[in-house]
Design a binder for this molecule. Structure first.
Ligand SMILES: NC(=O)c1ccc[n+]([C@@H]2O[C@H](COP(=O)([O-])OP(=O)(O)OC[C@H]3O[C@@H](n4cnc5c(N)ncnc54)[C@H](OP(=O)(O)O)[C@@H]3O)[C@@H](O)[C@H]2O)c1
Length: 258
């Protein structure tokens, strides 16, 4: 699982280990990974591997992809993400490239690495972490600042995952895109260009959903076979309405072309 050194990824790792899964923890901060790995081994007696990697670096991504392609990967959590918030016209090109690298390229490359072996074995789970900003990015920005590139990357993750889920629908693989709203992690303490060093996890000033509730929602959605999981959305009617709107748009576009 990527982004396992804090927030949603660390909580997911704790939960899967508690359920008996051996885990491979990926992130840049080695100390955080080592601390979590030690705790998981003590508390759950599972095997925990750490892979220190910067997913925006091609060589590191290739190394993690080789591990993701292993025939012992039954669950890929593509969770690492950075925001690169800021006015688009002033966004540093290097940071923009990193946001695209971590949020888009790494998610795609690791899924591409893991899915063939999962298909070969006849089971496997892929969870890609997007954001409700994939749907709400153009709504009024309060409380989040300028976010066109971040919202765009998360839109990619939603479309990529939903389309891949449709392609894999006849297989035993489970595929989910997890779309949290504001969540109580370190996420908004950094724009993502460097690790957040020496800071304790803290709830955002605005609050945010506890990470365990996000994990609860994701696991429940996997059990019920929902592809799009929006933690906190008790009634799935808006997701159904979204699919209906897409059908109407496709039908209209087809009529328009005939
Ligand atoms: N918090 C929210 O409000 C919220 C809402 C919706 C969606 N999300 C999404 O949830 C996911 C997890 O975020 P979080 O809220 O749990 O925030 P977080 O606590 O900041 O966790 C982000 C994780 O990504 C890792 N990461 C960042 N850049 C990386 C890189 N270049 N290479 C490898 N790992 C990298 C970080 O580890 P290192 O720094 O150690 O590398 C960290 O483990 C993200 O995809 C985010 O977009 C968050």
């Amino acid at each position: 699982m990527t982004g396992a050194s804090s927030g949603i990824g660390a909580a997911y790792a704790r939960r899967l280990a508690a359920h008996g899964w051996d885990t491979v923890l990926v992130a840049r901060r080695a100390q955080r990974l080592d601390d979590l790995a030690r705790r998981l081994r003590e508390e759950t007696a599972t095997t925990v591997e750490t892979l220190v990697a910067d997913l925006s670096e091609p060589a590191d991504l290739a190394r993690v992809a080789r591990r993701a392609a292993g025939d012992d990967i039954g669950f890929l959590l593509n969770n690492a993400g950075i925001n690169g918030y800021g006015p688009f016209a002033g966004l540093e090109p290097e940071l923009m490239t990193k946001v695209l690298g971590v949020n888009v390229l790494a998610v795609t490359a690791l899924a591409r690495a893991a899915v063939p072996a999962m298909l070969e074995r006849g089971h496997g789970t892929l969870v890609n972490v997007a954001s409700q900003l994939a749907f709400a990015g153009s709504l009024p920005p309060d409380p989040l600042p300028e976010r066109a590139v971040y919202g765009g990357t998360k839109g990619y993750v939603v479309t990529f995952t939903r389309t891949l889920a449709a392609e894999l629908a006849g297989t035993p693989l489970r595929v989910q895109v997890l779309c949290p709203g504001l969540t109580a992690t370190e996420f908004h303490r950094s724009r993502g260009d460097e690790p957040v060093r020496g800071r304790e996890p803290a709830v955002h000033a605005e609050g945010g959903m506890p990470v365990d509730r996000v994990v609860d929602a994701s696991l429940a959605a996997l059990d019920s076979g929902e592809v799009v999981c929006v933690p906190g959305l008790e009634d799935p009617a808006p997701v159904t309405a979204l699919a209906e709107a897409e059908l109407a748009i496709r039908a209209a576009a087809r009529r328009g072309g005939s």
